[in-house]
Design a protein around this ligand. Sequence first.
Ligand code: FE2
Length: 145
Amino acid sequence: MDIHICKTCGHLAFNGAPDSCPVCKMPKEHFEKNDNVFVDSKAKSPEADVKHVPSIKVVKTCGLIPEDTCTDVHVRIGEVLHPMTEGHLITFIDCYVNDEFSGRVMLSANSLNPAAAFHVKETSGKVRIVENCNLHGYWMAEVEI
Ligand SMILES: [Fe+2]
């Protein structure tokens, strides 16, 4: 997998380094190639899958936006829920639709569970979810919607 990491905000680009980061707007030079981010996380913590791999539920009928096409992508981090404490937390959940970056949910340990919902305009295609744990790195899952 071709992966570039933004050294400022941790965003992962999968189609080469972009001219500017879609999350923090830093220029291309702030990206560093590292094709092994997911492999490294898994290698460092081989038992950690169950608490880190995004668990994705697709809901075809959106209750919030019934007047337009909307596919709900509900994400929770971990089949066994990941902790959310000051010392160990999920810092963000990024969503990619058909290989394009679509949005980020930033999380803090104060009052949020490690979960997010994305309201996707597409009714078919591929959704990729990437999450970052402050201690255990990057984890990813993909789903066809
Ligand atoms: Fe973790």
